[in-house]
Ligand binder design. Structure first.
Ligand code: SAH
Length: 224
């Protein structure tokens, strides 16, 4: 009989089959218009199947969102790709993510060579993702807290990414964005939100552009 530990080890295995499915997913994302090779190759390296509750490989490399517990979801790979592409990540940049969730998006950013800081408001998800990212040897800073406040002590950031639907643009996050920085967020409180890019000029001016409709779980106030 297998012990719990064996299951954990099995879950972390990244087989040729997983890699094959992942390559197909990358091709699919390219066909859907993702052109940033750095983003695609990072997605090609992160073992998404290990970030999912069941670990069912049949689901892991489909371009779909999936439940991760606490009523939350791991974002659809296309959504992760769009947000990451809009960020224009460069190596060694400081990136603040709001909504660690499964930790998958954070892992993609670490794979791109960024210094990642990520906040999650569900204690259970924070603990689970922290343990999981450590087991995969991803090195980043994870926090349990309310992302509306950001994390001023480690800022300012080159890039800020919100991975939950923001009904408003959090002022604290705008303040923690460096001049010349970029912030990406799904903006709105309806069933769908508008992918929004905010660029802060060197003079501190804010330029806003929109990039299509997406559906995210809501960004909520406080912790749980
Ligand atoms: N980036 C995640 C996506 C998770 S879904 C991934 O790759 O799996 C969005 C996450 O945002 C959820 O886990 C939710 O709990 C979290 N969230 C919502 N409001 C938040 C807030 N105010 N502060 C921090 N996290 C928040």
């Amino acid at each position: 009989m297998l012990k719990t530990k064996d299951f954990i080890i099995m879950d972390l295995i990244d087989s040729y089959q997983h890699k094959g499915l992942r390559n197909k997913l990358v091709q699919e994302l390219r066909a859907k218009g993702i052109h940033d090779d750095q983003v695609l190759s990072a997605i090609g390296r992160v073992p998404r199947h290990t970030f999912m509750e069941s670990g069912f490989i049949n689901f892991a490399y489909k371009d779909q969102a999936f439940p991760i517990g606490n009523g939350q979801t791991i974002s659809q790979p296309f959504t992760v790709a769009v947000q990451t592409q809009l960020l224009q990540v460069e190596k060694r940049q400081k990136i603040l993510e709001i909504g660690t969730g499964s930790g998958y998006q954070a892992a993609v950013l670490v794979e791109m060579g960024a210094k990642v800081f990520s906040i999650e408001r569900f204690r259970e998800l924070y603990l689970k993702s922290k343990a999981h990212l450590e087991s995969l040897n991803y090195s980043l800073h994870l926090f349990y807290g309310d992302g509306y406040q950001g994390k001023a002590t480690y800022g300012p950031y080159d890039r800020i990414l919100i991975t939950a639907a923001a009904p408003e643009i959090p002022i604290a996050l705008i303040e923690q964005l460096k001049p010349g920085g970029r912030m990406v967020l799904p903006y709105g409180s309806g069933d769908t939100q508008v992918m929004t890019l905010i660029e802060k000029t060197m003079d501190g001016e804010l330029l806003k552009s929109t990039h299509g409709a997406f559906a995210f779980v809501p960004m909520l106030k406080g912790t749980s």
